[in-house]
Design a protein around this ligand. Structure first.
Ligand code: NAD
Length: 405
């Protein structure tokens, strides 16, 4: 993160709209440098447009061009780009052209989940820096193949598990893993209660064969966080879930929807930590929380958007330290413009990390290996919910041809 004068001048003042108050010749605090990096975006639906907006807003890179076979998505991308940039947005005729353009040093892949594996096979050949959306793939073998490609890749290879950068989780990670406020962690519970899945181009997210299933598609974010807090290998997963409310009547070009809208998942780790995740996708709000208990304290962090009038807290982090340390109640947050740029500021800090890593030449993650393990837990949970069985992770890896992982 830029510090001192550089932070206030190049980034903060420009982002808060003061740059237009004086002529260029008089700018010092608001002077901005030309972007050093140029990215192409592959797939410009909801998330591609968020990446275009955030790339320009962060400021050290700009968007050179896009590839998307859907003309409306390309038009929307041009509109999103024009808000921040006077430069025209190039539209490529193929993914190969977009990946091989020598004017570009980074590729952001935001296509539907089932297309990630082919997109990465093409993108990796370019050697350019890659930011690919989550889940990295819909199956365990594809996620592993991508982790292997990333291992051999010269450029930065980051996966869009950007919930790690939400203010509440950034603070929770600091307390639990760095400051060790809770002592030895024993249990990690996470929950998400939200609206149904939104409409997508072609409605790919209503079908397990295209998305990987709800517990891979959406919940990989939470499994990544639980894995991160546990700092251990998952050994067993048990899940129960159903399609209780949403999309029961949904019948699109591809047929009837087949995705879970609620689930309870239990994860056991090699080091004895137990994880739990509860999902409800028919709640009139967006609410998520983590509760972590260690042998010396308890932490709860939450984010809430309930659409009600009045000043309800939209985030919180509580630490109860008993007699071991001060207890605290805080409201972690970022500046409003950053929070509003996407996913409560998480996407902005994902880009800060991506560009920092490009400039330093080292990959701080989330890595494709982190992403692989989030897919493994999600796929195990999907399998357990479908079969009613406890899934042994070693056995699941073997079934998928991965004896040595
Ligand atoms: N990190 C997050 O918080 C987050 C949030 C939402 C979505 N996502 C992920 O982002 C990805 C895209 O999701 P979305 O919500 O933008 O979906 P979307 O349906 O809105 O957009 C997908 C776009 O990809 C295009 N596309 C399809 N196949 C393509 C191909 N082979 N090459 C190029 N473009 C192609 C479609 O035409 C569409 O415009 C998914 O992997 C999804 O899981 C991540």
């Amino acid at each position: 993160m830029p510090k001192g004068k550089e932070f206030w001048s190049r980034d903060f003042a420009r982002r808060y709209g003061h740059a237009s108050l004086v002529a260029d010749k008089d700018k010092y605090l608001c002077a901005s440098e030309a972007p050093k990096h140029r990215f192409n975006v592959i797939g410009t639906g909801t998330m591609g447009q968020e990446h275009i907006r955030v790339t320009n807003f962060e400021g050290r890179a700009t968007i050179n061009g896009v590839y998307d076979p859907e003309p409306l998505s390309v038009e929307n991308a041009k509109t999103a780009h024009a808000v921040h940039s006077d430069e025209p947005l190039q539209s490529y005729a193929s993914i190969e052209e977009a990946c091989e353009d020598p004017d570009v040093d980074g590729l952001i892949i935001c296509t539907p989940n089932f297309t990630h594996i082919d997109a990465v096979r093409t993108a990796a050949r370019s050697g350019k820096h890659i930011l690919i959306e989550k889940p990295v793939a819909t199956t365990i073998p594809d996620a592993w193949e991508i982790a292997q490609m990333a291992d051999a890749h010269a450029g930065i290879f980051q996966v869009g598990l950007q919930y790690r950068y939400k203010a509440i989780y950034t603070e929770a990670i600091h307390e639990v893993l760095e400051r060790k406020t809770l002592g030895d962690i024993k249990t990690i519970s996470m929950a998400e209660h939200r609206m149904p899945f939104l409409d997508k181009v072609g409605q790919w997210n209503k079908y397990g064969r295209y998305s990987g299933g709800t517990l891979v598609e959406k919940c990989c974010h939470y499994f990544d966080l639980i894995n991160l807090f546990a700092r251990s290998r998952p050994t067993r997963v048990f899940a129960s879930g159903s399609m209780a409310v949403n999309f029961r009547e949904f019948d699109h070009e591809e047929g009837k929807a087949d995705i879970l809208d609620n689930a309870m998942v239990i994860i056991e780790y090699e080091n004895g930590i137990r994880g739990h995740f509860g999902l409800v996708m028919f709640a009139p709000m967006f609410y998520e929380e983590v509760v972590i208990c260690g042998d010396t304290g308890r932490l709860r962090a939450y984010e809430n958007m309930d659409f009600l009038p009045g000043d309800t807290l939209k985030s919180g982090l509580e630490i109860y330290g008993g007699e071991t340390c001060p207890s605290r109640m805080t409201t972690p947050s970022y500046p409003q413009a950053i929070e509003e740029s996407g996913h409560n500021g998480a996407t902005f800090f994902e880009h800060v990390h991506f560009v920092d890593d490009i400039e330093k030449g080292s990959c701080t993650g989330p890595t494709p290996v982190d992403a692989f393990w989030s897919v493994v837990v999600g796929a195990a949970a999907e399998k357990s919910a479908a079969s009613g069985e406890v899934i042994e992770i070693d056995g699941l890896l073997k079934e998928n041809g991965l004896d040595q992982v």
